[in-house]
Design a binder for this molecule. Structure first.
Ligand code: ARG
Ligand code: GLU
Length: 716
């Protein structure tokens, strides 16, 4: 009972104490209680009901979870879907070949029948959400162990799920919020026929590539267009030629009026994961131990790969996507650590903790949370470090070792379930390996192995190092040479040959392969000596985090607290804003086409510019898409709180119109996952007018523009 009450109280007192505008990823369902007033004071002309309603079409009906990993939005009454180029990347890549390279040249369907199907890609709507905390926590009392507690909750959640009547394409998802203090259910509707409609060439959609990734000033047209198709009654349906464009409950009109510093912005999407309520001891560990380890490993791997990519064009193509993936978070972590230090995040957390302790002066139980955290994080440090080190070295960066897990699963299938299951999994393994070897160079991987395995031996407690690797470290390069020449894993023909043998012989060959033996020895050691104690500590840490979250909310009843991101639908709001990355430097919030031309490096794989775009820029054939200064706006900055998963989220103006498309954050502010700081945390959006300009003037796809509703909200 008590638990339910404190949430009601905290909602009622919400406005007594405002957060700095910009911070927070809010639940659409609670906007009325928590945010509407502040949003309107910042210039928003909408009501909470216009944004999220279960009674009428509202903005939320245009917001779509794209494949479960990105956000997208509906921009026409024929189901036209806008998302990022980098979100559609693998779909675009899958339709590309050397003769018909959609990545390089772009693609624009002239009619519906030219649009390209993408098996496996789905578009998911949220029909409604509900607070189910009371039912989820029924029977849960304070004296339960965390296992007992979880088992009661699991049963409750099953019962809640069973109480929904759902049709074939509906589902219900229940997620914990506030670290297990609250539960919400989401009824989803999933469309499985999502087709590619249009994409600019990479030189626009990925302009600046890794050099500009996470960076302002930015000039990337990171967008692509898809379309949702539905069955005869506008219902979800599996792919069929007979399907028709989906007619949505709501689609976003697009503003032609652009943005100015200070304009209200709302970002609506599916942020993945944040950690806003960590104790200072945990943040310290990230800054001092975990991030530096992960960064240093990727440093080494990226240097080796980069050298080969620069020396050989075919390697560059093979490794481009891998390199981008590894470099993305490498760069993010560097920015995150620097931002945490430069804004004094740890000192800020410590100050907050002091206040928390003071306010709980007469509650020893609550006061004990922080020292207990400290002890647990200390106790877990070596395990957390080793886990990260192992995963970066053996699962994420040494490519051959990453195959060990897959082979172990294949063997398990045979040993536990028999031949049929083995054969069905084998098909998947073969498919995976085909893609793997297509973009694989053993001589590069061998160099990565030598460098990273050496780092592992030298930086990780020898207790967690396989014996064979300790011996190998006397001459790691030589060891790597032997390993890569003896292992069948390094040779696609040998590997595929083994997999075509009868299961018994194949398994025998796999089990005696030196890469498999090393990989398995290593992962078993980590499981037994690192993961087991890590998980025991982690369960206690999670339990403590739930209590800490509850105590924070009760200790500061006048403050609003937003739940950490968990891939559920959220709203962040802020303003168009530049920032000062360092002393003496101020960044403007908008970039223009002339900046694309400034960055232009003919022939460069990151900064080449398409001749047609140069021509348009010179002839100033901008139509109605130019800004008041006569140039085409490209990207703009906002103080909206976003994270991974918010890619493709719409940026919406005060009236509910689309003004841009979220795709990144600035490097200095990537720490916003842990500590949002208004001074440097900014999200980066493509200006909607650049999207329209490219579709209309660059691609000549005026028929798509005709589908959209273009508006002039500022004129009225
Ligand atoms: N930093 C952006 C996001 O996580 C964009 C990543 C894709 N672009 C790239 N160059 N890797 O994730
Ligand atoms: N590019 C990120 C994504 O793919 C969004 C940027 C961020 O992390 O804020 O979701």
């Amino acid at each position: 009972m008590k638990k339910c009450r404190f949430f009601v109280v905290f909602i009622l007192l919400a406005f007594a104490n405002m957060l700095c505008a910009g911070e927070g990823m809010w639940l659409p369902l609670l906007l009325k209680a928590l945010n509407e007033e502040e949003m309107q004071s910042m210039g928003m002309k909408l009501t909470a009901e216009d944004i999220y309603s279960i009674n009428k079409g509202s903005l939320k009906d245009a917001i779509v979870h794209f494949g479960g990993f990105c956000t997208s939005e509906i921009i026409s009454d024929q189901g036209l879907l806008l998302t990022n180029h980098h979100c559609g990347y693998s779909a675009i890549q899958s339709h590309s070949s050397v003769e018909n390279n959609l990545l390089k040249d772009g693609f624009w369907a002239k009619t519906n029948s030219d649009e390209l199907a993408n098996p496996g890609l789905f578009a998911r709507f949220i029909d409604r959400m509900e607070d189910v905390t009371e039912k989820a926590l029924m029977g849960v009392t304070d004296d339960l162990s965390s296992e007992e507690r979880q088992s009661i909750i699991d049963k409750n959640l099953d019962a809640i799920k069973a109480s929904y009547e759902l049709s074939e394409f509906e589902d219900v998802i229940i997620r914990p919020f506030y670290h297990g203090n609250q539960y919400f259910s989401f009824v989803t509707v999933t469309y499985n026929d999502v087709r590619l409609v249009g994409t600019p060439p990479e030189s626009i959609g990925k302009f600046g590539s890794d050099t500009d990734n996470w960076v302002w000033p930015r000039h990337t047209g990171d967008f692509a267009l898809f379309r949702i198709y539905a069955g005869p009654n506008n219902e979800p349906a599996n792919y069929s030629e007979a399907n028709k464009p989906y007619n949505p409950k709501h689609s976003l009109p697009i503003s032609l009026d652009g943005v100015e510093e200070g304009d209200f912005t709302l970002v609506f999407g599916f942020p993945g994961r944040t950690n806003q309520y960590l104790p200072s001891s945990a943040v310290e560990q990230i800054v001092e131990t975990l991030n530096p380890a992960k960064i240093s490993i990727r440093d080494s791997a990226l240097k080796i790969i980069d050298g080969h990519m620069r020396a050989d064009e075919s390697v560059r193509i093979q490794y481009a996507s891998k390199f981008a993936r590894v470099a993305n978070y490498w760069k993010k972590w560097i920015g995150e650590s620097q931002g945490l230090v430069s804004t004094g995040a740890i000192a800020k957390k410590k100050k907050f903790e002091e206040e928390f302790l003071n306010k709980n002066a007469d509650n020893p139980e609550i006061r004990s949370i922080l020292p207990r955290f400290e002890k647990l994080y200390k106790a877990n440090e070596e395990y957390a470090f080793t886990r990260d080190y192992y995963s970066e070295v053996a699962s994420r960066n040494i490519e051959l070792l990453s195959l060990t897990g897959i082979m172990n699963r294949l063997i398990d299938r045979y040993e536990n379930n028999g031949r049929d299951d083995y054969n069905s999994y084998l098909q998947r393994v073969k498919g995976y390996l085909e893609g793997f070897y297509k973009n694989y160079r053993p001589e590069i991987d061998r160099e990565v192995f030598a460098s990273l395995a050496k780092m592992y031996v030298e930086n990780v407690n020898p207790l967690y190092t396989p014996e064979s690797l300790k011996v190998a470290n006397r001459d790691m390069e030589n060891f790597a040479k032997g390993l890569y020449s003896q292992s069948s894993f390094a040779d696609p023909n040998k590997m595929m040959g083994i997999l075509s043998l009868p299961p018994e012989s194949a398994i025998e060959k796999i089990k005696t392969d030196p890469v498999f033996m090393l990989g398995t020895e290593w992962s078993n050691l980590i499981d037994a000596k690192v993961n087991a104690p890590y998980n025991r500590n982690k369960t206690q840490i999670d339990e403590l985090q739930r209590k800490y979250m509850q105590a924070i909310i009760e200790t500061f009843p006048k403050k609003r607290f937003y739940p950490d991101a968990n891939s559920t639908m959220r709203i962040s709001y802020g303003q168009v804003n530049g920032y000062q990355p360092r002393d003496g430097v101020t960044y403007m919030p908008v970039t223009y086409l002339n900046g694309v031309i400034e960055k232009y490096k003919p022939g460069d794989y990151e900064f080449d510019v398409h001749p047609k775009l140069i021509e348009l820029s010179e002839s100033k054939d901008f139509g109605e898409y130019a800004d008041s200064n006569g140039d085409i706006p490209i990207c703009f900055l906002g103080s909206n709180h976003t994270t991974g998963g918010n890619s493709g989220s719409p940026a919406i103006d005060a009236h509910g119109n689309l003004i841009g498309l979220n795709f990144d954050r600035v490097w200095e502010g990537t720490m916003s996952d842990i500590n949002y700081d208004k001074s440097i945390c900014r999200n980066i959006m493509v200006d909607a007018r650049y999207v329209l300009f490219i579709v209309d003037k660059f691609a000549g796809a005026g028929h798509l523009i005709k589908e959209m509703k273009l508006v002039h909200p500022k004129a009225n």
